[in-house]
Structure formats: structure tokens, C-alpha cells
Write a protein that binds this ligand. Sequence first.
Ligand code: GLN
Length: 536
Amino acid sequence: MAEIHDQFDTILILDFGSQYSHLITRRCRELNVYAELLPCTQKLSELEFKPKGVILSGGPYSVYDDGSPHVDPEVWSLGVPILGICYGLQEMAWQLKGKVAECDHREYGFAQIHVEKIGNGADILFEGLGEELEVWMSHGDQLSQIPADFHVIGHTPTAPFAAIGHNDKPWYGIQFHPEVTHSPRGREVIGKFVLGVCRCSTHWTMEEFIGKEIARIREVCGPKGRVIGAVSGGVDSTVAAKLMHEAIGDRFHAIMVDNGVLRLDEAAQVDQMLRQNLGVNLTVVDASDLFLGRLEGVEDPEQKRKIIGNTFIHVFEDEAAKLEAEAEKAEAEGEDKKGKIEWLLQGTLYPDVIESISFKGPSATIKTHHNVGGLLKDMKLKLIEPLRELFKDEVRALGRLLNIPAPLVQRHPFPGPGLAIRILGPVNRDQVKILQQADSIYIEEIRKAGLYNQISQAFAVLLPVRAVGVMGDKRTYEQVIALRAVQSEDFMTADWYVFPPDVLRKISSRITNEVAGINRVTYDVSSKPPATVEWL
Ligand code: GLN
């Protein structure tokens, strides 16, 4: 990871456990500034790079409580601008000998900040944003006294020290959350800090990233090193595969495992797209019999996941061993173009990284994140993760730059265990076939209606219940399909999608007419929370 800091100015976000910390990172990135999140417990002397500025996030604790997390006091000697947000502001005040106390009224929601006229440059944070700023607050503590050498740059009727700045250092603290969309001009406030105060260069674009990442991959893999990776047809693995192909050509080998619970014709479509259209070196392994055999009759979702995960590892390892054996044979016969398979490509994204490093509480241990962790242990492969610094929208932008067709780049997420977790009852071939057909009609109609890109994720679920119906004057007793479609920014929360009634009518009528075994279609109107996006 170190190289990226040589190439791009970095804003360091120290995470105190707020549910919005990742949004601060995103907002900086949207300004084309590279930002990275680390837990608040990060020892600054162990940091491998020098940030251009530091942001202290919010957090659920009270600074004055025993055991609350605190930033390494080294931060005050780094000589770079610092912005404290909510808990971050309180932490700043607490460490610099101001006072923080519980407020009379917990404040949660909109507030109006009155911006002070200071005129000495300290109010650069709110420069040009007017005298009144609508913001979003979420706190139970607030400053009761500002530290020495600070002055007030904004107050609200209930919070006299809602925004403060240091008299001569570029240190600021704000009680509100500029990173959430409920603070309408919050992005601009972050921009004032990142661009105006920290003076970060705005080179963080996928155009810049792509060339640098390709060069990095080439250097890491060396002139002969080979890489294998699993592809699924999803956005992340496709973009990662194409990037590897650009970097090292045929020395990257993609493997697609058909586990029998993919969408209708999925394996063939991925084959067509990756191998024929994008030129990626690909093997498709049809292991559907093996998977379906092991899944036969299994109902428990965790067991379904385990079976699919473990079987996947075995199939993938077998395939890798075959490739290695072929390469050795070719080498023995005098062809020496191929090195050993040394690397495993993984399409890890930044939210996975954040999830594994974000601050979960003073005593939480840090867990590591591996989709296919089991593979590494046995195969002794090193991991290469070219997308690990990127958010999903950045991966999509990268995909477009790599000339991956738009429908593929915009694809909805699809879970690793596939249709097995959308069949709520026991899995068997018939159930898979029913769901594949219903799902395919559903997605086809959504595309035809031009709604696919408005929806974040849409899929059909096969319910393990039977309902009465009537067809051609005959009573039927058949299964039910539930349709799900949600809109979401980051899948942390999601709303159910409001379909035009005609589209739903068409989908329902096609499914009940064309899919044998289904006589009823329902639409899921649950948001997340309290429901989740997937049913299992
Ligand atoms: N826990 C602190 C408070 O209640 C900070 C809250 C926050 O950072 N959102 O004031």
C-alpha cells in the first residue's frame, strides 16, 4: 500500500467508531483527493506515510469516560492541518485542555450554525458559505469551554462552541457532521478543509490510478510471475481481471467455477464476455453436478454457504494444480515463457478493508478479511488486490476506462452462494430451475422498462410454501415467488423500490404463465433495517 502515498496526497481519517467514518473518506475521494481510514488507535510513529491533513471522526463514546479511545498525542506535533468532527472536536478540546460535558438536551437532527465573522483567516472553513449554515448534528456531549488559543467560529442556539479554530495553527473542530447528505453544504466544508486548508492536490482520478496501478502490478509480478484469480461475472472480479490482463496479459489466468446455482446461462455469458470480448485468459469449470449433489436437500442457510465455500476452494485448487502441471510440462518441453503461479488475485474493495480495520471499541480485536482465505493457506499463494483502495463507484469508473461494456459495469451485486440462498427451502435441481427462470424474466422486464440502473439490486426469491390458484378452470397448488428490488447508496440501509404498476403486472403475469410450478407472485415492501436486502 505504501506506493500509493508517494503518488497521491493523502488525507488520514482516524476512526473513532462513528457509523459515518467511511463517508468522510468518500467525500474526500469525490474531491479527487486520496483519503485513507485507520483506527483511532494508530500509533503515528508507525505510520508509513506523511498525511497532508488529519480528520478525527465522530464516535459513540464520551471523551471524559474511563476507557474511551484517544488519539495518539503525536498528532499535535505532526505539523499538518487537523479537523475534528463531533467526537473528534471533543477529543481535540479534551486533549488540549478545554472542557467537554454532557449537554442538557441530546441533539439529533438539523441545526442552524451561525458563522462568526473573525476575518483573520481562521474562518476559512466556512468561507463563502454565508452567515447561517444548515447542518446535521448527533451528539449528547458538547464543549463547555474551548481550549486556550482557540476561538469560536460558529455557534448554535444551544451549542456556544459548535465550531472552533486555533488562533494560528490550521486546527479546526466542528460539532456537526459535514460528511452526511443531511448537511446540505457539508461537502463544501470538507472541501474547504481538504483543498483550502490542507492544499491537497486533486490527482486522485481513475485515469491517473489506472496507469500507476498497471505499472505497480507489473513490478510486483516481475517479468515471469503468474497470477490466477476467480471470476464470477460480477463487477469487481471482472474489473480486477481486465486490469490484470492489461498489466500482464496471458500470465493472468481467470477461473470461473459454475457452481450450479448461478443465474440462467450465466456461465456461458461470462465466458463470452471475458474470453471472447475482453480477451482474458479464462477457464470455465462446470462443477454444477458436484455442487448440486452436495447441496441436495440442504435447507439451513449457513450450511448452504459452507458447502458452497468449501467446494469452491477444492474445485479452484484442483484447477490451479492442473494449470501449474501444464506449465511445468511446457517448460520441460523447452517452452520457457511461463513462470510459477505465485499470486492469487482477489477483488477486495475498500469497504471490506474498512470493515476489517475500523474501530469497533476499545477492546475489540481486529479481524482480517478474506473471501477465500482458505485458498491461501494451502496454496502458498501471495495475495494481489488491485482494487483494495477503491470504493464501488471508483471500481465502476475504472471498468468504464478499461472498456468493459456498460451493462456489465452497472451490474447489480450477486451473492457468492448464488441462488442457493434465494431458494428458501431445500435446494434441488428443480427448485434452481424454477428460480432461474423467474429471476431471468424479472431482470429482463426491468431492463426492458429501462429501470435497471435506477435500482441498486433486484432479484427473485423462491418461497418454500404452496398456495392455491386456478388455471384453465383447474385448481392448482403451487409455489410462490417473492420479488425484491431496493435502492441504496451503500447497502448499509436500503429502501424498497416503487415500481410503476404496469411493470409489476407484466412481470407477475409472465412469471405465472411461463414458469411451471409458480402460481403466485408477491412483492417485498420491507426496508433495511429492519429487514436485510437478501432473505437469507
Ligand atoms: N459520543 C459523543 C456525543 O454524544 C460524540 C458523538 C458523535 O461523534 N456523533 O457527543
